[in-house]
Write a new protein. Structure first.
Lengths: 227, 194
């Protein structure tokens, strides 16, 4: 009855049970920590619409919105012992053509960044110099209160955005929105929320003022006397 | 240990036991499938395109129902490219419109460019129902069941356990391990006297 196979099975079974229970407790601990992310500033600094091609070999011309922005936000309360990284992204949202009927909107990410928790710094996809700097910035602490503090002035967009129709110029009622996605070491993935849940407060002030995209910026003529 | 084989009745009982274990596991899997509305509610990360969030071998739990809100920008979804059997776990970065016809564009956090090049030719965007369930490693053994039903929509990742799934990567990269493992499981169950 008590063969070594049975013993091995029991040990392995007990190990997995304990591992899963501990993991469940760690995951549950997320709900008991405060989250109070705030955005102090989120505004556009320059908005342009230019014509371009989706890729090098395409002959299709589309309109692209080029949006630069300023952001001042404090997401440091999202970093706990179970946080692996926070994915922060700024999106532009504007009403779809049939908005009046369906309430449909379009949303596209213009900028994003990954803020790793010090415990996950070694996983970041960056060069050795930047890695050394990043690890040093935490100063050996497992939770660094400076992580998640974003202060960007006139930040360049990362992605030029377009619309399947290829038309974007003069679009009105565009807003920028700050979002985040908290990636745990184990447990539930969570996103920014509009309402408070228990210890987790809603993201305040995460939407910019409405703005309008300008007309297409024409390229300057190559030479004045071309005609 | 081998005494079970001496008695045919005992052997039959043990065979039944083995069948019971297999069918219980199968029923649990399908039960979770029904609850989450996803043919494979738990997937293993196969590539590093979402690093550092997900590494190879991490286990993702998927939820495919839109009860409170639509699938929207920022969510991580699993989709299959038409004609390929590799599930891709990427983040939605653009969404145009609303409802089942909304056009979605995805991108891996660790990739420089979006997934337009990964999609089938002529396909610039995904839609909510574009996404088809994928063959998990057990399906060649248990047979294909509802994978052809094409009911699978966009599956969003909602929970995460690191590394546990690495076994399945080993199993799919070295198929002989599958045979060995199933054989061992069978042997242990049949030979073991409860």
């Amino acid at each position: 009855m008590y063969t070594s196979v049975v013993r091995l099975q029991n040990v392995f079974g007990f190990f997995t049970t304990v591992a899963f229970v501990v993991a469940a407790f760690i995951a549950a601990s997320d709900f008991l920590t405060d989250r109070a992310p705030i955005v102090r500033t989120l505004k556009t600094t320059s908005v342009q619409v230019v014509r371009g091609r989706p890729h090098y070999y395409s002959s299709k011309k589309e309109e692209y919105a080029v949006i630069n922005f300023s952001l001042d936000a404090d997401l440091s309360s999202l970093f706990t012992w179970n946080t692996k990284q926070v994915f922060v992204y700024v999106s532009a949202e504007w009403p779809a053509a049939d908005y009046a009927k369906t309430n449909a909107t379009n949303e596209a990410v213009i900028w994003d960044t990954i803020i790793t928790s010090p415990s996950a710094d070694h996983l970041a996809n960056i060069g050795p110099v930047a890695m050394k700097k990043l690890r040093k910035s935490a100063g050996g602490k497992s939770i660094d209160p400076n992580r998640g503090k974003l202060s960007l002035k006139n930040q360049r967009h990362k992605y030029k955005i377009t619309h399947p129709s290829g038309k974007l110029a003069m679009t009105d009622n565009v807003t920028l929105r700050l979002h985040y996605n908290v990636q745990p070491w184990v447990g539930l993935l969570t996103w920014d929320q509009d309402v408070d849940y228990g210890y987790w407060k809603a993201l305040k002030n995460g939407v910019s003022k409405r703005f309008k995209l300008p007309a297409i910026k024409e390229k300057k003529p190559a030479s004045a006397g071309a005609r | 240990m081998l005494s079970g084989l001496a008695n045919p009745r005992q052997a039959a009982v043990q065979l039944m036991n083995f069948g019971l274990i297999l069918s219980t596991a199968f029923m649990m899997w399908k039960g979770i499938s029904v609850i989450t509305d996803s043919p494979s509610p738990i997937v293993v990360v196969l590539s590093g395109s979402m690093e550092p969030a997900f590494q190879r071998g991490d286990l993702l739990f998927l939820w495919n129902r839109n009860i409170l809100a639509e699938t929207s920008v920022g969510e991580i979804v699993v989709y299959n490219v038409k004609g390929k059997d590799i599930p891709i776990v990427h983040r939605i970065v653009r969404k145009f419109g609303k409802g089942p016809e909304a056009k979605l564009l995805t991108k891996g956090d660790n990739n420089v460019s979006d997934d337009t090049e990964l999609y089938a030719s002529g396909q610039d965007y995904l839609v909510r129902k574009d996404i088809i369930g994928y063959d998990d490693w057990l399906s060649p053994v248990l047979g294909r069941f509802d994978y052809s039903a094409n009911i699978v929509l966009n599956r969003s990742v909602f929970a995460y356990i690191p590394f546990v799934g690495y076994v399945t990567i080993l199993l799919s990269e070295h198929p002989w391990l599958k045979t060995v493992m199933l054989g061992l499981m069978g042997l242990v169950v049949v030979l073991q006297r409860e």
